[in-house]
Design a protein around this ligand. Structure first.
Ligand code: 8YV
Length: 323
């Protein structure tokens, strides 16, 4: 039997690429430059499976090409708001993602941002590198503690729960959560978390807010000026979910006008072309979408895609099927 023809849209960890080439007829993207929409349309006619990432925008148009050969999009990543899922569904094209394997690392980067923003680590590092550090003094770059503070988490799935564990058991933080469905009490009790129904009822009571809900249109601008106004002036906002969940002009205004204290961002609207006004905000910690960027996790994500492909091509429903 002929091996399925697979397109990998970006470079993946070497071990995973090797494993892929052992099992499939694979085309790699040696340039590592993201595919254009036209390239993607073309690929839909040539490959049985395409393995995209967040840098591949896959709108309805891509599913409108004639003579589609692709049966499965094996997304490398947990978030899939960049794929028009209902268009895929209407053609019976399977879409899978890679949950679980990146929860630890995304939670770790969340805590990294919380600590960096609270302790003004970005400002401090820039000062030292600019050779402008004048030495220790009691009032120099004074930040705020995590220990004992209250963390609000929007979206209490796998990543949100890992963040809660680190914050509660590591820093003694009190956890308030908002989630679209109700969370099993046995899960809440692991971190003594309290579920609040409405975001607006949570916002005035928290010192840190961390976003872990899906992106896409349903959550666009979930945090805008009205929500930021409800937060404490001392509060810190962390976004490791998706850029569209936060309204950029509203957050930039809030950072520049002491509506909130600081923000830590790993994701942006229109990545990598983030709103340049963030660069003028010293109280914004800005990371380049590093949530899952560890060797261990990037390999595990790749092997999870391979597992989904093997299940699919042996006639089973892949464990991580989202459409
Ligand atoms: C991924 C992420 O690296 O998995 C996700 O949803 O945001 C990232 O950590 C990225 O999406 C790769 O496609």
């Amino acid at each position: 039997m002929e091996k399925p023809k697979i397109l990998v849209t970006r470079r993946w960890p070497a071990k995973v690429e090797k494993k892929l080439s052992e099992s499939f007829d694979v085309t790699f993207n040696d340039t590592d430059i993201a595919l254009s929409i036209n390239d993607f349309c073309d690929a839909m006619k040539k490959f049985d499976a395409i393995l995209p990432t967040v840098t591949d925008k896959i709108p309805k148009k891509i599913f409108e090409v004639e003579n589609i050969r692709t049966q499965i999009l094996g997304n490398y990543g947990v978030g899939y708001a960049h794929i028009d899922i209902s268009a895929a569904k209407s053609l019976g094209i399977t879409v899978t993602n890679t949950p679980d394997v990146l929860s630890d690392c995304t939670a770790d980067i969340t805590l990294t941002l919380m600590l960096m923003a609270a302790r003004r680590a970005g400002e401090g590092e820039r000062e030292v590198r600019a050779n402008q550090w004048e030495g220790w003094r009691p009032t120099h770059l004074v930040g705020t503690k995590l220990t004992g503070k209250t963390l609000g988490i929007i979206g209490f799935g796998r990543i949100g729960q890992e963040v809660a564990k680190r914050a509660h058991h590591g820093f003694g933080m009190k956890i308030l959560v908002q989630n679209r469905s109700s969370i099993d009490p046995s899960i809440l009790s692991q971190t003594n978390a309290v579920q609040i129904n409405k975001i607006n009822d949570l916002l005035p009571h928290i010192d840190f807010l961390s976003l872990h809900c899906p992106g896409g249109e349903e959550n666009r601008d979930l945090i805008g000026s009205a929500e930021l106004q409800l937060m404490k002036k001392e509060a810190i906002l962390i976004n490791t979910a998706r850029g569209e969940v936060v309204n950029d002009p509203a957050l930039i205004y809030a950072l520049k006008n002491n509506i909130i204290n600081a923000a830590g961002l790993d994701v942006y609207n229109e990545e990598p072309n983030l709103n340049k006004e963030y660069l003028d905000c010293p109280n914004a910690i800005l990371l380049p979408h590093l949530g899952s960027a560890t060797n261990e996790t990037r390999e595990a994500m790749g092997f999870r895609v391979i597992k989904n492909l093997n299940e699919f091509f042996s006639g089973k429903v892949p464990e991580d099927k989202v459409s």
